[in-house]
Design a protein around this ligand. Structure first.
Ligand SMILES: Nc1ncnc2c1ncn2[C@@H]1O[C@H](COP(=O)(O)OP(=O)(O)OP(=O)(O)O)[C@@H](O)[C@H]1O
Length: 650
């Protein structure tokens, strides 16, 4: 733990411990307790919204399930606290799974609609199932009894505070683990995640279930806190407020969730009391002026960039003194705030402050390479035997046959070049081999097993890794973290191991970090281990993609135009790396427009044109094949010249 984090943690714990002593007023203790309860829910919601990038409008419903599980168990069965609390977490997690399994098959507006429908149905069910929930009458329950003693308001506050700290630690551990990396990766590039063996659908569902569990915990604590629950609490406005809180506080940070919780609790009061609203509006305007001045002074924004937020905050403060009554303007102000957040505060308050101070997101530092093997030598199969067999593959898009009855035989331990003019079907072949496209007809066998029809993550875990023509890195993650996603398959720990940081999980994390360091050394990126991938130079990004693919310890590596956009020295470095990989026994399929690279590295070259195989053989023979010259140069064979002059990279 670094010093700043330690200081912030000590300060935070001191505030939690001393709050009821310094402010003994029961109203304010209850208010702060509510903030802590909402923070627990927002920690969970941030996993879904901030990390996996999904929109959930169903979290008020899950919160309601948590509350009512406790309410019903206590009211109907007299269940004790230690039964009601875990039961609420489990119920919300089960409902979360029921919602997530069908809902996460769709994305974008469809997902929003499914989760919205879920939230509405839950509220209606709570209202209508009077025999269980007492309907609109609501349920009354008392504060929990611990060791034979009913907790006082202060006693309960301390229990909530302890559970909030525990929830924070658990969420933080999950998000800094291989699970958290998987969540973040699937948001940045779903296709690359699937091809690294991290099934996008499965991990989205995991994220949702974990998140629902936290909503259940918060719901249960809320029921005990309020001592009365009724259906209209868990409405659409609350779900929107949760979403706004995560975004406004700052996604992907625990401090953002805490600020968000403060907003959830304070906003309804703020929009009900004109005096309070005026004070906050003036404070926001002062902060707006100071923030804009700092942004301009540090050259982090332009006058145009700060103009609208500045005018908006000052305008809001001025208007607040013109308003007689805030209640009529409640929804308008709420809507304007939402618009402001969407346009000017996309990284939330925490992101804005980090930007102001010139600090990026915090990442764990990588370890030094310690001589462990970067990846396993390719196991199984004899050199010279067939590793990959493609039989009569037909890939049709409407009327277009992108691949037309293509056969391919890739020999174990070889570098197999795949070339052809633009649009000849090379990338389509890569996508068929890695399961992104299901072929219209034909069969692909890898190491003796049929893989056509399998999912990309199954194929990846079976030993086929790839890079992409358009680099598909996880931009907000460091070079090390990108490689660690490739090493995801080396983790056998489950979510409990991660939450409890068991020795098994710690050993796996340590081993994976050492392997990641060795892989980065192998591809020459040790010096950039802690850089976010989006900040690396283009050539290095291509090398990082190769490194990430090597994390899978593949038997077959598919490289889709790895030299595209590289400078001459970078290409030399790349060629040396490809040779080193081959020397580790890994079979390579190489798509490339730089003919000198393909010809120098390949043992066999296959040429595609208009989706059909037109030539195959050793580089020299293919180079001089008239059909190949015709395909590339429209028959003017003289210009071809054999090597580097043939089709340029694009
Ligand atoms: N998802 C898709 N839907 C429709 N058509 C597609 C799809 N993917 C590829 N195609 C078409 O299939 C043909 C082959 O494309 P592909 O990208 O495989 O060629 P390529 O050889 O990789 O070309 P390049 O060298 O330009 O990358 C092209 O005509 C392309 O437009």
């Amino acid at each position: 733990m670094n010093k700043k984090l330690l200081a912030a943690s000590v300060l935070g714990l001191a505030v939690l411990a001393l709050y009821p002593v310094l402010i003994p007023n029961p109203y304010y203790i209850h208010l702060f307790e509510t903030i802590l309860i909402y923070a627990i829910l927002l920690f969970g919601l941030d996993i879904v919204v901030g990390y996996t990038g999904q929109v959930s409008l169903g979290h008020a419903g899950l919160f309601g399930i948590g509350s009512y599980a406790t309410g019903v168990l206590v009211f109907k069965l007299g269940a004790p606290f230690w039964v009601a609390l875990p039961a609420s977490i489990a119920s919300a997690a089960v409902f979360g799974a029921i919602l997530a399994l069908p809902a996460l098959r769709v994305t974008g507006p469809y997902l929003a609609m499914v989760t919205l429908a879920f939230g509405t149905i839950i509220q209606i069910l709570i209202n209508e199932m009077t025999f269980l929930t007492e309907g609109p009458m609501g349920i009354k329950i008392a504060k929990p009894v611990i060791l034979g003693q009913k907790l006082s308001e202060v006693g309960y506050y301390y229990m909530v505070a302890v559970l909030m700290v525990l929830a924070l630690v658990v969420v933080h551990r999950v998000l800094k683990s291989n699970l958290g990396r998987a969540f973040e990766a699937l948001r940045d590039s779903p296709i690359a995640s699937d091809c690294m063996g991290v099934s996008v659908y499965r991990y989205k569902v995991y994220a949702f279930i974990i998140s629902a569990g936290f909503a259940g915990l918060a719901g249960s604590l809320y029921a005990y806190s309020e001592e009365y629950i009724s259906p209209n609490t868990y409405n659409f406005e609350l779900t929107i407020l949760f979403l706004l809180a995560v975004i406004m506080g700052g996604r992907k940070t625990r401090s953002g969730a805490l600020i968000g919780a403060l907003i959830v609790v304070m906003l309804p009061s703020l929009l009900a009391d004109i005096e309070l609203f005026r004070q906050i509006a003036v404070a926001a305007a002062v902060l707006g002026v100071i923030g804009s001045a700092l942004m301009l002074a540090k050259k982090r924004s332009t006058v145009r960039g700060v103009l609208v937020p500045l005018v908006a905050t000052i305008g809001m403060a001025a208007t607040s003194f013109k308003l007689e009554n805030i209640v009529d303007w409640r929804l308008t102000i709420f809507g304007l705030m939402t618009l402001f957040v969407v346009y000017y505060l996309q990284d939330g308050i925490v992101g804005f402050l980090q930007n102001l101070m010139g600090r990026g997101a915090q990442h764990a530092q990588s370890v030094a390479a310690s001589g462990v093997a970067p990846f396993d030598r390719a196991q199984g199969g004899k050199a010279g035997s067939t590793l990959l067999q493609v039989d009569q593959i037909l890939m049709q898009f409407g009327g277009l046959k992108a691949l037309n009855q293509v056969n391919l035989n890739v020999i174990q331990g070889s570098v197999h070049g795949l070339i052809g003019p633009n649009g000849s079907g090379k990338s389509t072949m890569m996508n068929v081999l890695t399961g992104i496209y299901k072929p219209t007809n034909g069969k692909v066998s890898f190491a003796g097993a049929v893989i056509s029809g399998r999912t990309p993550s199954e194929i990846a875990l079976g030993g086929v890794a790839r890079t992409f023509q358009n680099v598909q890195l996880f931009g907000e993650m460091t070079a090390t973290e990108n490689v660690l996603v490739g090493l995801h398959n080396t983790f056998k720990s489950n979510v409990l191991d991660v939450m409890l940081q068991t020795p098994r999980y710690k050993a796996e994390e340590k081993a994976a970090r050492e392997r990641a360091a060795s892989i980065l050394e192998f591809v020459g990126l040790s010096a950039m281990a802690n850089e976010e991938a989006r900040n690396l130079p283009y050539g290095k990004q291509r090398l990082l993609e190769i490194g990430r693919a090597l994390g899978l310890s593949p038997r077959l590596l598919l490289l889709d135009e790895p030299a595209a956009g590289l400078t001459a020295p970078d290409i030399k470095e790349l060629m040396a790396i490809i040779r080193k990989i081959r020397d580790h026994g890994i079979t390579i399929i190489l798509i490339e427009h730089h003919m000198d690279v393909v010809m120098a590295l390949s043992d066999t070259v296959t040429v595609l044109d208009f989706g059909q195989k037109i030539a195959e053989g050793v580089p020299n023979a293919v180079q001089n094949d008239p059909k190949v010259i015709e395909a590339y140069l429209g028959g003017s064979g003289e210009e071809h010249g054999g090597t580097a002059k043939a089709p340029a990279a694009h």
